[in-house]
Design a protein around this ligand. Structure first.
Ligand SMILES: CC(C)(COP(=O)([O-])OP(=O)([O-])OC[C@H]1O[C@@H](n2cnc3c(N)ncnc32)[C@H](O)[C@@H]1OP(=O)([O-])[O-])[C@@H](O)C(=O)NCCC(=O)NCCSC(=O)C[C@@](C)(O)CC(=O)[O-]
Length: 386
């Protein structure tokens, strides 16, 4: 049965004017503002945040209809994912000067973020599964107000149904150069924007997750100092994010550089409020996930079939594939949500819908094995019939 959080959207009326005056800094991150995944006491349980429908699809060349995105979100939930990033309320016209996931120039292509233009429709129609969270990426107050408007409208149309989402994600970067290109402001200015968003979101019962991009390499300013990552992470936690996801946006990280970065960030900051977000550009994402887990991180972002990449750079890959993370965790001390076979089915289905290669190596191998098995069985049946 669906159980809303004590300060959930289900039991509140939105009052933007009133809540805008409340300072988020006065809110300690109490246990109730954190998702259910923290209630899990198993020390080696790995929370997977499935970011395919947002981080993945936002970087796909083929635009798919909202119905297919909704089907993807639903199938991911049915396959056991407990946190599924459902979309974003960014400016659909905003085209970063370079792709946010690589250093490839993007001026000649417009509509990069038009991929997320139907998020309102998706949130309006989403049928939440019990125990599953559907965070939405929000860049500023305007994006939050759009989300709250959608939630209000939905509440008025379907008064006794659970709210589709109880969580938003905000984002900044470890470098001014990246931040400027992604959100048109410096890191300091982005933190001010985020604080305003948090001030409104938390009092109406929305949890806030934070992202720090380019924690290893910035496509503009090169190597990033771990101390800079730590400073921004601390700011996000202080502002009121229950968790901060550390993004190797360019996917250049290696187990060595990831370890060095994490050693610095984790010194003095609570490990259980950090997450790892690794892109697979150089094929090191699974190794980086294992390094982060080895160091005590227990929340990993990943994307079914490794959705994503850079629409401007042929061959660039997206997030680490959820199936690859699940496969790597098999026979280990770690537990994780979801079923690998079901996720392979979802990944194969969405890859076909997008007309793209399945970027998960584990899924590709499992699908090939299934095909071989099917052919063998077919041969056996034919032989018996002769
Ligand atoms: C942040 C802004 C909006 C600032 O963009 P801006 O141009 O500085 O905004 P502005 O406040 O000056 O407003 C300019 C226009 O944008 C509109 N506007 C303003 N805000 C919104 C909004 N929320 N939704 C819709 N429209 C909006 C606003 O109404 C106005 O419209 P006009 O009057 O010109 O018609 C813009 O830079 C933006 O949308 N950036 C997002 C870029 C993006 O989507 N990047 C990818 C997501 S981050 C990511 O993928 C990294 C992550 C999280 O996965 C982790 C990792 O891997 O590193």
């Amino acid at each position: 049965m669906y159980r809303p959080l004590s300060r959930s959207l289900a039991s509140r009326r939105f009052n933007l004017h009133r809540v805008a005056t409340v300072s988020a800094r006065s809110y300690a991150v109490e246990a109730s503002s954190r998702p259910d995944r923290f209630a899990n006491k198993h020390p080696n349980y790995v929370n997977i945040v499935e970011v395919g429908p947002r981080d993945g699809l936002q970087n796909e060349k083929s635009v798919i209809p909202a119905e297919v995105k909704m089907m993807l979100i639903d199938r991911l939930g049915q396959a056991g994912m407990k946190s599924i990033e459902a979309g974003s309320f960014v400016n659909p016209k905003w085209v970063p000067q370079v792709c946010s996931h690589c250093s490839h120039k993007a001026q000649q292509l417009s509509g990069h973020n038009a991929q997320m233009a139907d998020t309102a429709e998706i949130i309006q129609k989403l049928q939440p599964l019990p125990g599953v969270h559907y965070p939405v990426l929000i860049p500023n107050l305007k994006g939050l107000q759009t989300l709250l408007g959608v939630l209000r409208e939905r509440e008025s149309k379907q008064p006794n149904t659970p709210p589709p989402t109880d969580e938003i994600a905000v984002f900044t970067a470890a470098t001014d150069a990246f931040c400027q290109n992604n959100t048109n402001c410096t890191v300091k200015e982005s933190l001010e924007r985020i604080e305003k968003v948090v001030n409104v979101a938390r009092p109406v019962g929305l949890r806030v997750r934070g992202y720090v991009s380019v924690v290893i390499t910035c496509p503009y300013s090169g190597k990033v100092k771990p101390e800079e990552v730590k400073a921004v992470t601390k700011e996000l936690l202080d502002i009121g994010c229950y968790e901060v996801s550390l993004g190797d946006t360019t996917g250049t990280g290696t187990p060595t550089t990831v370890r060095t970065m994490l050693e610095t960030v984790m010194a003095g900051l609570p490990t259980n409020r950090l997450a790892g977000h690794f892109h697979d550009t150089f094929g090191t994402a699974v190794a980086n996930v294992m390094t982060a887990l080895d160091m005590g991180i227990r929340t990993i972002d990943s994307s079914v079939s490794g959705l994503g990449g850079c629409p401007y750079s042929p061959g660039a890959t997206g997030n680490v594939a959820t199936e690859d993370v699940m496969y790597a965790l098999q026979d280990s001390k770690y537990n994780y949500p979801g079923n690998l076979d079901d996720m392979v089915d979802v990944g194969a289905w969405i890859s076909e819908k997008l007309g793209r290669r399945n970027a998960s190596r584990a899924a590709t191998a499992i699908l090939a094995r299934r095909q071989r098995q099917k052919e063998l069985e077919q041969k056996e049946t034919e032989q018996k019939q002769r």
